[in-house]
Design a protein around this ligand. Structure first.
Ligand code: GFB
Length: 318
């Protein structure tokens, strides 16, 4: 996809390139022929350290920045590590957005999350419902940080004319996801649980909560494509939703994953675990009106993610 202004030789910094989202953006950029990519691992550059981030930006002065670095996790991680979700995300995004502005970055894309919207927002959720009600308590710390990030982009755009835009993706999944059962999101957790239950010949798999919450899922390669699309075509102050347009219950998701994995046992609910937001479906008409919509169906995405898991699980850390 041609990205106006973004030439093949432009220096593009993808913050968080080892993560699921950042690595998908790198794959997409490389597929589009962008070869001048600036990438740093966490060990090479700790984005929570302001002085290091300033030094890095003043040395390299990247033309474009995809800000995909964040502390992320599923419902349990969010609920049990509020300090880190708030502190690390505020630090990372503040340091990167400010350093990009100060060092002449031409455009920056900040990635947020659909959990910024109120817990009981009317569905599907339009961008305008931000801050019209209380947040979901299990992830309010992460949500507050992401709201601060999109507001920072707005403020820098308004006061300094810095071309910073924000995209709010729905629940993401795909290759490179986190499969650790205590910190992962539901989709990779269930792939692993069903797979291990099949391997061990277990009679049942445990599903947290009531199984009734509804979630929308977007394959990460679709998000990467949307990110390049927005870099090319979007220059508005308002953040923009990125979703697949349909949702399903967690119980239905579990059935779909169990079928892909080939687990024939039962699903047992554990209502002592939190449900979180009852429903999270984005209104994606703003993005659709610009001409972008997702392509990868959930069933295909689950199959591809399961394939990735099978190939890489020996190397997964935990
Ligand atoms: O994906 P998930 O952890 O996050 O959970 P959220 C979604 C739903 O799946 C919840 C249920 O209702 C969980 O209780 N669930 C069932 C499970 N079994 C499992 C399991 O084994 N593991 C997990 N993780 N969930 C996150 C936010 O919320 O969404 C983040 O915490 C972020 O801030 C992300 O915004 C997109 O969708 O509830």
């Amino acid at each position: 996809m041609p990205v106006p202004g973004m030439k093949r030789e432009s220096l593009i910094y993808v913050a968080g390139h080892r993560g699921m989202v950042g690595s998908a953006i790198v794959r997409r950029l490389q597929a589009e022929g962008f070869a001048n990519l600036l990438l740093r691992t966490h060990a090479e550059l700790d984005l929570t350290r302001q002085a290091d981030v300033e030094d890095f930006f003043s040395e390299y002065r990247p033309d474009y920045v995809f800000l995909a670095a964040a502390k992320v996790g599923g419902i349990l991680a969010n609920d049990t590590q509020p300090a880190e979700f708030l502190r690390d995300n505020l630090a990372i995004q503040t340091n990167v957005i400010d350093a990009a502005y100060r060092n002449g970055t031409r455009k920056l894309l900040f990635l947020g999350s659909s959990c910024i919207y109120p817990k009981h927002a009317s569905q599907p959720m339009r961008e305008e419902c931000l801050l019209t009600g209380s947040l979901e308590p299990t992830n309010e710390w992460y949500a507050v940080a992401k709201i601060a990030g999109l507001k920072m982009c707005q403020a820098y755009r308004r006061q300094y004319g810095f071309n910073a835009i924000s995209a709010m993706p729905t629940n993401l999944y795909g290759p490179g996801d986190n499969f650790n059962l205590r910190s992962s999101h539901v989709l990779p957790a269930l792939i692993r649980k069903f797979h291990e239950a099949k391997e061990h010949g277990d009679a049942e798999v445990e599903l947290w909560g009531t199984g009734t919450p509804r979630r929308e899922f977007l394959y990460v390669d679709d998000l990467a494509e949307a990110s390049l699309f927005l870099m090319a075509r979007y220059d508005e102050e308002i953040w923009i939703n990125v979703g697949s347009g349909s949702d399903l219950t967690i119980h239905a998701l579990a059935q779909a994953i169990s079928a892909v994995v080939g687990f024939s046992g039962a699903i047992r609910l554990d209502p002592s675990k939190p449900d979180g937001t009852p429903r999270k479906l984005l209104d994606t008409s703003r993005l659709a009106n610009l001409g972008w919509s997702s392509r990868i169906e959930l069933s295909d995405g689950i199959r591809q993610t399961y394939g990735w898991f099978l190939k890489h699980r020996a190397g997964l850390r935990n």
